[in-house]
Design a protein around this ligand. Sequence first.
Ligand SMILES: [Zn+2]
Length: 201
Amino acid sequence: MTALDDRMGTEPGAQPGRRAPAPGDLAIVQAFVNTGDVEAGIDRLGDPLRAATWMARHGLVAPRSDLDDGSVRRLIEVREALRALLLASTGEPLDPSATDVLNGAAAEAHLLVGFEVDGTSWLEPAAGGVDGAIGLMLGIVFASMTAGTWSRLKACVEDSCRRAFYDRSKNRSGVWCSMRVCGNRAKTRAYRRRHAGGLSA
Ligand SMILES: [Zn+2]
């Protein structure tokens, strides 16, 4: 197995560092964030057709939905705001513009709370289309924050990576998607810095 295989996983949908994906619906949010792969230069939401295909495959919009450039822009903006939140889960400071984006998207989705006669409740978007799809994902984020699973979903701190991974470690201290790849890169850089410092001293 190569280092790249280890980061990307060898199976379709496999997780970096051979980690298990986030549980339940949260896996959709994780997959959504990972539609943009910084390192590979791949964006599965990069144009209306690709975005519609990905969203339909994940049950977020109807098959053969017609998306426009504005929808693609909104999806990518929300995706990167979510990535900023995931990066903050590693202890990095949160970019305040991320919450502005998410609050705006939640308002556009018209997220509603409803109650059923069996004593259960739900949180769902009243909006349809892309705004509704974004609302569904924001509802999943809300439920995950309430359930206490959100803080385990993180973005890799390696600048060139930033992939979303689910940290199942006991002490929730993971900051790299893969210790073998991104963790080693950081350690190698730190070693080189120390070594260079030693030579110039
Ligand atoms: Zn990484």
